[in-house]
Design a protein around this ligand. Structure first.
Ligand SMILES: [Zn+2]
Length: 60
């Protein structure tokens, strides 16, 4: 049997940078966004954003 290696087009999921288990389901409506080194980071809460701002190296 032939194995098909079809690549599925996965819609990129966006997770909170501080707690990666937390999916940002509506990034377009997310107000906790921070651009760090030309990369956009999303956060589930303002607290997460503040934590990232204090020590971005810890999360990237
Ligand atoms: Zn978070």
């Amino acid at each position: 049997m032939k194995k098909k290696t079809t690549k599925k087009v996965v819609t990129k999921k966006i997770f909170c940078t501080v707690c990666p288990k937390w999916e940002i389901k509506r990034p377009e409506r997310c107000s906790n966004i921070l651009v760090h080194k030309s990369k956009t980071h999303y956060f589930c809460t303002k607290k997460c954003k503040e934590r990232f701002e204090k020590a971005p190296e810890k999360f990237i």
